[in-house]
Design a protein around this ligand. Structure first.
Ligand SMILES: C[S@@+](CC[C@H](N)C(=O)[O-])C[C@H]1O[C@@H](n2cnc3c(N)ncnc32)[C@H](O)[C@@H]1O
Length: 268
């Protein structure tokens, strides 16, 4: 994905850490398996994960074999991640921003990230990742983008939310094409770094089935909604609940578009 032009909300997720932990979908095991195969990761290989949150990618990745150093700057998310990983010596939790992370060059077989790479400065992120990688190591990035599967329900939510919560609006007609465009811009940033070979990438879709409350929590877990004050959150909750009730929705089915990209470090 193309890097965000503004990064001032990059720690917003920590404000809603408990909600984030319960509401955000994990990275599906089948996608993790594909990424492990494409990157050639073997059990015991060292992987650096950037922006680990509370472990949405960390845990399935670790289950696939590599040892994971999980970097998360948010204190509350990091505490949840540490709690989830407490029984696993193969996960090392570290604090701080990637831009400040130091380790000897060539420390990792892969640098990976889920839903976080766009928060980094592309002028720094690709170069740093390449330096941290072993020869032949991979940068592997993944994102997910859920949208309400029934376009009529998504449009009704858009109507209710557009004025006060424009960041909660999702357009069924352009959802996939918008993601594809930002993904292509992200691959252009990767290519411009000059440090990686032509990437492999893949789009896929899975389904999320949420209660109305879980759907509201998912909205709340996005950066621009997480920073709202209590009264704005309550108003959002009431609008979502009323709209879903009017449409007789007691289970929110969501199409979850997943995008993964992986590139091997160039030899030089
Ligand atoms: C949308 S969350 C993704 C969390 C989790 N990986 C997931 O897939 O749900 C983005 C994460 O990136 C972290 N983050 C933001 N800026 C960062 C930076 N410069 N370095 C490392 N992590 C960063 C945030 O604290 C947040 O936990």
């Amino acid at each position: 994905m193309k890097a965000n032009s503004r990064r001032d909300n990059k720690l917003a997720f920590d404000v809603v850490a408990d909600v984030y932990d319960s509401a955000r979908p994990g990275i599906p095991c089948r996608l993790v398996t594909s990424l492990v195969r494409i990157t050639g990761l073997a059990p015991g290989d060292q992987v650096l994960e950037v922006g680990a949150g509370s472990g949405q990618f960390t845990r399935p990745l670790r289950a696939a074999g590599p040892e994971v150093t999980a970097l998360e700057p948010g204190d509350r998310l990091r505490a949840l991640l540490a709690k989830h990983a407490a029984d696993d010596p193969g996960i090392t939790v570290r604090g701080g921003f990637f831009e400040d992370f130091t380790a000897p060059d060539g420390s990792f077989a892969a640098v990976v990230s889920a839903n976080a790479w766009q928060w980094l400065d592309p002028a720094v992120s690709y170069r740093m990742a390449a330096d941290l990688l072993l020869p032949g190591g991979h940068l592997a990035l993944v994102w997910n983008f859920p949208i309400v599967a029934d376009p009529a329900v998504q449009r009704a939510l858009n109507e209710a939310l557009a004025d006060d919560y424009p960041d909660a609006v999702r357009h069924p007609e352009t959802h996939l094409s918008g993601i594809e465009a930002r993904a292509a811009e992200g691959r252009a940033e990767l290519a411009a770094s000059g440090r990686f070979e032509a990437p492999w990438w893949q789009f896929s879709t899975d389904t999320l089935t949420l209660t109305p409350d879980a759907y509201y929590d998912l909205l709340l877990s996005y950066a621009n909604v997480a920073v709202l004050d209590d009264s704005a959150r309550t108003n959002l909750f009431l609008l979502v609940r009323a709209t879903l009730e009017v449409h007789g929705v007691d289970t929110v089915t969501m199409d979850n578009v997943l995008y993964a990209v992986s590139a091997r470090k160039t030899d030089r």
